[in-house]
Design a protein around this ligand. Sequence first.
Ligand SMILES: *[C@@H]1O[C@H](CO)[C@@H](O)[C@H](O)[C@H]1NC(C)=O
Ligand SMILES: *[C@@H]1O[C@H](CO)[C@@H](O)[C@H](O)[C@H]1NC(C)=O
Length: 281
Amino acid sequence: MVEEFHRRGMKYILILMAAKASQLLTAVLCWFLPQDPGISSTSPTENYPPFDDGLKRDVFIKNVTGHILIGKVWPGPTAFPDFTNPETRQWWEDCIRGFHSKVPVDGLWIDMNEPANFVQGSMEGCPHTDLEDPPYTPRVVGGELNSGTLCMSAQRRQSTHYNLHNMYGLTEAYATNRALAKVRGKRPFVLSRSSYSGIGRFSGVWTGDVRSDWEQLRFSIPAVLQFSLFGVPLVGVDICGFEGNTTEELCVRWMQLGAFYPFMRDHHDNFNAVRSKHCFC
Ligand SMILES: *[C@@H]1O[C@H](CO)[C@@H](O)[C@H](O)[C@H]1NC(C)=O
Ligand SMILES: *[C@@H]1O[C@H](CO)[C@@H](O)[C@H](O)[C@H]1NC(C)=O
């Protein structure tokens, strides 16, 4: 399929996305491809090279007692690569090289890299320390610093997750950019959900899961302009909105606006059946 795209002058950019091993197609496709940043630690057991190889090369974030921190993302229990470790970046490059030799993708879309976690901190929770419960907690989603992400006490090569949380996406974007440049020998295309100062050098950004409503269409304009100020020229917003049901009028107007986004893409979650009646996409 990708070769046919290329014959037609089209590009193919793949999301690093979770797969259930039981799904034959995705099992084949994802054989060597890591998932989100979260790497499935359980499926298929001892048969998933990114995890098994990553374990041997010691690339994953540890919890406070020095064991691999296991959280939960789309594939179920997952370990999280520590991109501040040079060995992790080499392992990531090897994974991408192996996959690219089978499926010659033109770029990678790195999602869930805040990093997002469906359990708070880890499957085992988090120890009660000053890092998890500092004297002052800003008004973050979920009310605690480890809500929807890793324990703040988690250990990475350079420092604790407390110190490095906001840079997770940046470090993944850097590793992905460098790996793609080496594997493909061309300027890479990377698209990241998480962002941080300096990421524009390595990746484009989209503004995440916006709602399908007029207010979000309106806010998308300052959002895109601000990212230009932040030094991220390649930026866009999910056209027609990501969450909730869009309407024909909203979708048409958003397409018209989106033509002026530097990165123009329609993207919507799976659950909104109404969309297909109104969109070409
Ligand atoms: C660290 O991970 C190990 C293995 O999953 C677990 O047994 C231990 O309780 C964890 N430690 C903390 C403090 O969460
Ligand atoms: C979207 O439309 C579907 C089908 O009509 C409906 O089941 C669902 O509740 C709607 N979602 C929202 C967020 O309104």
